[in-house]
Design a binder for this molecule. Structure first.
Ligand SMILES: Cc1cc2nc3c(=O)[nH]c(=O)nc-3n(C[C@H](O)[C@H](O)[C@H](O)COP(=O)(O)O)c2cc1C
Length: 310
């Protein structure tokens, strides 16, 4: 029997497939259509200290081989998340990872401290693709800003493992990965959406609403970019440091997931695919199992980072 289980930051996942932040609701919503036991883990929507309404419509538009979103981190805020949403984690038969976002260091540390006190969230994931209202710098796009953020969050997480989710909107993602590991990341998630824009040529206006203009591109269009970034970060930073990667970006099929595993991912996220078919992880898990067997391996972990680049 092929073993699909992996260990992410010391936490056991029954398989490598992770439902990505912001694409599967808060905690329990996906369970209406997909038994959580098909997932290694699911990541909550990013939670901020205060509630956020997000951007006005249009927030999601379809583009060739993907979609653009400008949701603007709409969420109920920390207090209501803890009071109303998180209890559902007890009914969910998978690991729940708590995603944290904010616009200041204090925003992040407040949510991190609250999540650290929760047994139901053994791992948190920092969504650092947010601008700091103080200086306008996006935390995950500036090594200094990222280091300063992690210096404050790391001590707050006394028992919870810390994943840092990297933005692809940088010149050198390996430098950001190195900053995150120096800042104490137990693992790295990559990639978040790629900054992008679409224009309505008749109205001559941006197709995404609310003055956001630009949004984030996800789906198959970004998959080869994700493979390249996971490959580079694995070799330059993650493998030498012994830090696991969650690879994601446009995973629709088991072959997409297998590519990211060979590039160096221990776990593989699925986001946009859940909008197309929320049950798509089932076929991915089954396909990975057959692939591992065909490769003559007893465990999927034998294939992590094993692309033969010659
Ligand atoms: C509608 C939508 C909402 C998202 N919300 C979040 C979020 O709240 N936090 C976060 O870290 N990433 C968020 N993401 C990014 C995804 O988690 C993922 O990194 C990205 O979409 C690439 O994966 P995919 O191509 O499989 O969708 C969102 C993506 C989409 C499409």
């Amino acid at each position: 029997m092929v073993d699909l289980s992996v260990e992410l930051c010391g936490i056991g996942l029954r398989n490598p497939i992770v439902a990505a932040a912001g694409t599967c609701g808060y905690v329990t919503e996906l369970a209406d259509v997909l038994a959580p036991a098909w997932l290694g883990a699911l990541v909550t929507k990013s939670i901020t200290r205060e509630p956020r309404e997000g951007h006005p419509p249009w927030r999601l538009i379809e583009v060739p081989r993907g979609m653009l979103n400008a949701v603007g981190l709409a969420n109920v805020g920390l207090e209501r998340f803890l009071a109303q949403k998180l209890a559902g984690a007890d009914r969910i038969d998978t690991v729940v990872i708590g995603s944290i976002a904010g616009n200041s260091v204090e925003d992040y540390t407040a949510v991190a401290a609250a999540f650290d006190a929760e047994d139901r969230l053994p791992i948190v994931e920092l969504n650092v693709s947010c601008p700091n209202t103080g200086d306008g710098l996006v935390f995950g796009e500036d090594p200094g800003a990222l280091r300063a953020l992690l210096a404050e969050i790391r001590p707050v997480l006394t028992r919870t493992k810390m994943l840092v989710k990297l933005s692809p909107n940088v010149g050198d993602i390996t430098a950001m990965a190195a900053s995150a590991v120096e800042g104490g990341a137990d693992g790295l998630t990559l990639i978040n959406t790629i900054s992008a824009m679409a224009i309505d040529v008749e109205r001559r206006t941006p197709r995404l609403g609310g003055g956001a203009d630009a949004g984030g591109l996800s789906g198959p269009a970004i998959h080869p970019v994700a493979v390249r970034m996971v490959h580079d970060v694995y070799r330059a930073v993650a493998r030498p440091a012994g830090v696991p990667l969650v690879g994601l970006g446009g995973v629709m099929t088991w072959t997409d997931a297998a590519e990211l595993i060979l590039a160096g991912a221990t776990a593989v996220g699925m986001g946009t695919a859940l909008f197309v078919d929320p049950r798509s992880p089932v076929a991915v898990v089954k396909g990975l199992r057959r692939w591992v067997r065909r490769q003559g391996c007893g465990s999927i972990t034998e294939l992590i980072g094993r692309v033969d680049s010659g």
